[in-house]
Design a protein around this ligand. Structure first.
Ligand SMILES: Cc1cc2nc3c(=O)[nH]c(=O)nc-3n(C[C@H](O)[C@H](O)[C@H](O)COP(=O)(O)O)c2cc1C
Ligand code: SF4
Length: 517
């Protein structure tokens, strides 16, 4: 009897360990032999802890299961898949999961993240096998043809970056994985590293083979201790089975991998700051050029990609560029794991091909707001993403479509707000975030963000509002065009979108006084 209880941090946060302990103790008390598997999360976060039982090869879902529900589940004979108030039937048939197109997350929640055997039984390391049979340039040609663009935010084509590193002179090159995941409302990197760490390791190893890099680092957000444990266990298992090391699968090719914990600053997710931090220095943005692809870690040619970018590579090598390229729309190819957070009924991870509209995602998957009130705004793409009003909910999830409405998909995070949100406060928060997180290297961001907060305060207070608004818009233009990196450069997105789409929220004192009058 196999029972699955996630070890994912989101599940642990709502009592998954206690549920697992309760299940094992209750089974023992009743003389039922069970094998407990600590899987990753399926991404249906409102149902965590989601317990699954294997009934004749079909997994049945129950959730959210707290330790006090365990005895009742046994009474209802849930180990035979019998109904119970917490039952959701066959897991794979739950509409939230069934409608997804899981390529990168194909194994997450299904396999035991610490078992290399399980990984291989579910198609793992087939991409590496294909890569080992190819020349570096051919691997890169596949990645390029797949249309894969970086999933960390900037959506830069992965193949072009890899080609630059392959062509860069130098005997020592590096592969660096950006696992800092600092964006608000995002958790796909974490879920993947905790739920299927081998796929990231495999993707980075393929990147090493493709570019001639023999050393890799995963720069991991320090708030992710569960991911660290999962990655380190998987790296040890991969090394023991010669999927890492000096002679990968007898090929004579080398690739070593280490996890390094981040310094805990949002700017350390910016690639050049990350490299500074990885070198043991304060995380501060570097001037570009030189590009990290030519002079990156310790001034050596370096591929730096997001977790999801690397994790998408094995399936491309295994199933072919055409297979992956077939998903998506326009220049946005493949799938994007969207993350639904904030005031949303069914928060979680939804991996789907580009092209679905935001409305479908928010209502068909998310089920509308958690509060039951109308959704008024969503912020897409992290703290530097724009706030979108309801009139833009029909925008397809596509990099170019979002750019056209002065927004960005970024790392795929969506934070929802209902009609009680104060958008002027959100705009102020965005500017304050920039002031707090600024690395201080360039003037527009370092000083402009602090002045920006003051201007927004005066605007909200109604002190010569028209003038303050003009100053704010002018300041945002300076930030856009004068900042060294995208922290200062994109902060105007949330600020100006709030101002443009929700101007009424910026005139509260006027409203209050006219109401009083
Ligand atoms: C302020 C700031 C924070 C960033 N944070 C992250 C992050 O947490 N994770 C990430 O993958 N990329 C982040 N990026 C983007 C990286 O600079 C870089 O574009 C990315 O790691 C490249 O990988 P990709 O091409 O696979 O997306 C950030 C960028 C900026 C400007
Ligand atoms: S924009 Fe801000 S975070 Fe970026 S380099 Fe300038 S001061 Fe640093």
């Amino acid at each position: 009897m196999k029972i699955y209880v996630p070890r994912d941090a989101a599940a642990l946060g709502v009592g998954a360990d206690q549920t697992a302990e309760g299940l094992v103790a209750e089974a023992r008390r009743r003389g039922i032999a069970v094998e407990l598997i600590r899987n990753g999360s399926r991404g249906l976060l409102w149902l965590e802890p989601l317990v699954e039982v294997d009934v004749g090869g079909t997994r049945m879902a129950y959730g959210p299961v707290q330790s006090e529900d365990v005895a009742g589940l046994f009474d209802a004979d849930f180990t035979s898949g019998k109904p119970h108030a917490l039952s959701h039937g066959v897991t794979a048939e739950i509409p939230y999961l069934k409608r997804q197109e899981r390529l990168t997350f194909a194994r997450v929640g299904i396999t035991d993240p610490r078992s290399l055997e399980d990984y291989k039984e579910h198609g793992g390391y087939r991409g590496l096998a294909a890569a080992l049979a190819q020349k570096p340039a051919d691997i890169i040609a596949d990645v390029t043809a797949s249309g894969l663009r970086g999933r960390g935010g900037a959506a830069f084509p992965a193949g072009i970056k890899w080609k630059t590193v392959l062509g860069a002179p130098g005997t020592q090159k590096y592969i660096v994985c950006n696992a800092d995941e600092g964006d608000s409302g995002t958790f796909s990197d974490r879920m993947l590293m905790e739920g299927d760490p081998f796929v990231l390791i495999e993707g980075m190893t393929i990147a090493g083979l493709a570019t001639g890099a023999t050393q890799g680092y995963i720069y991991l957000r320090w708030e992710y201790p569960q991911a660290k444990l999962a990655l380190e266990a998987a790296i040890a298992a991969a090394a023991a089975a010669r999927y890492l090391g000096q002679n990968i699968q007898g090929s004579g090719k080398a690739f070593e991998l280490e996890v390094r914990m981040g310094a805990g600053a949002y700017i350390c997710g910016e690639e050049t700051s990350l490299l500074e931090s990885l070198e043991g220095k304060r995380g501060q943005v570097r001037f570009k050029p030189p590009l990290p692809a030519l002079q990156g870690l310790w001034a050596k040619p370096t591929v730096i990609n997001n977790v999801i970018t690397f994790a998408s590579v094995p399936i491309i090598l295994d199933r072919g560029a055409k297979f992956y390229q077939h998903f998506g729309m326009g220049r946005s190819r493949g799938t994007l794991p969207m993350q639904l957070a904030g005031n949303i009924k069914q928060g979680g991870l939804v991996e789907i091909a580009f092209g679905m509209t935001m409305r479908e995602l928010l209502y068909d998957f998310g089920g509308g707001s958690f509060s039951g009130r109308p959704l008024r705004a969503v912020q897409v793409g992290g703290p530097l993403g724009a706030y979108h009003p309801e009139s833009q909910f029909d925008t397809p999830l596509d990099y170019e479509a979002f750019a056209a409405i002065k927004g960005m998909l970024g790392h795929g995070g969506i934070v929802a707000f209902d009609d009680s949100v104060d958008m002027a406060a959100q705009a102020r928060y965005a500017m304050e975030f920039c002031a707090i997180e600024s690395c201080g290297k360039c003037t527009p961001c370092r000083i402009g963000s602090t002045r920006g907060v003051e201007v927004i305060d005066r605007l909200i207070a109604g002190e010569n509002a028209a003038k303050q608004e003009a100053i704010l818009r002018d300041l945002c233009e300076t930030l856009t065009y004068g900042s060294l990196c995208a922290l200062g450069g994109l902060t105007p997105y949330p600020v100006i979108s709030a101002l443009n789409h929700f101007p009424q929220d910026f005139v509260k004192p006027v409203r209050a006084s006219s109401a009083a009058g």
